[in-house]
Design a protein around this ligand. Sequence first.
Ligand code: OSB
Ligand code: MG
Length: 369
Amino acid sequence: IQIEEVRLYRLRMNLKHPFSTSFGTLTEKEFFIIEIIDDQKTIGYGESVAFISPWYTDETVTTVEHMMEVFLIPLLFQHPFQHPREVAKRFQVVKGNPMAKSALEGAYWDLYAKRFNQPLWELIGGVRTEVEVGVSIGIQPSITTLLKKIEHYLQEGYKRIKLKIKPGYDIDVLKEVRKVFPQIPIMVDANSAYSLKDIETLKKLDTFHLLMIEQPFGEREFLEHAELQKQLHTPICLDESIRTIDDLKLATKLGSGKIFNIKIGRIGGLSEAIEMHQFSKENRIPLWCGGMLESGVGRAMNIALASLEQFRYPGDISASNRYWDTDIIEPEINHHEGKIAVNKNPGIGYTISFRDMEKHIVEKKRFKN
Ligand code: OSB
Ligand code: MG
């Protein structure tokens, strides 16, 4: 399969509601949709998940564009590929930049699955025909609004609630939440906002029977996470810390966490995710699929990933209407009682709605072999 053309669409889409984490507030998402075309005119779609600023990881929309344009797209054109895992191999000459690599690799996975007329989830060995989903709720201006949001999403059927926390917005918030919702599955995500100095606060989190505590410390703090895990019953889940399968092995060996959040973009693509899944299966490590406020293209890839056996907890794979007034795919992604069904269409299983996408495009670029 020879790639003949790559088109980049830079989109800017307003979020329905601002999304606040320990590192700041997002009101819109800027990202790329990638369209790649092969020698038989098969088309594949991918999405780059990097944000406009480097507060989650070091990549940004513009570094992704630069890396794709100057280094990665020329590598795609170099010679034909067979299996999609060869894409990640060829990209190895470029250090780092997992989100840029993943966006192009994802488009090739979709294209490849379409060439063979197979749904992506099936191609990668998915075993589930529906995936359980949860919702991530940002830091709210007041407890009242938070409680209303939780109520709203529970009524919509979401299977678990993830609350963003930060120092000063943690124990008291959870006390109030647990008063009203003593039993629901809740987890928290700190996006690295704490340090070992906060250990007394973090130990109090143990009293709220949380499913897990996501990324309390910095991304390289494997030792600190291991120290904390020794003092907690609640499992620690790592997100930002896990960039490669070696990080996963290190964290497992050191006991830095017991559960891992897999995001295709953060780790450099679906091929790396499949390898991590294999390792996790062999070692009985539970995984779940994280989110990056994706549009439908990225969301569809996440659904495929979450259909793999070792994805044992509901993912941050909410429906299209969680973040968007109108998504850019057809049909939009919907859940029923907290479950999203995989579909039988080839590739990612959804089509691009150019009519909807057009409204959000801020830049278009074409590259020909
Ligand atoms: O840490 O998982 C995270 C959103 C933006 C950046 C980082 C994270 C998140 C989320 C929500 O928690 C993910 C989603 O619902 O798509
Ligand atoms: Mg996280």
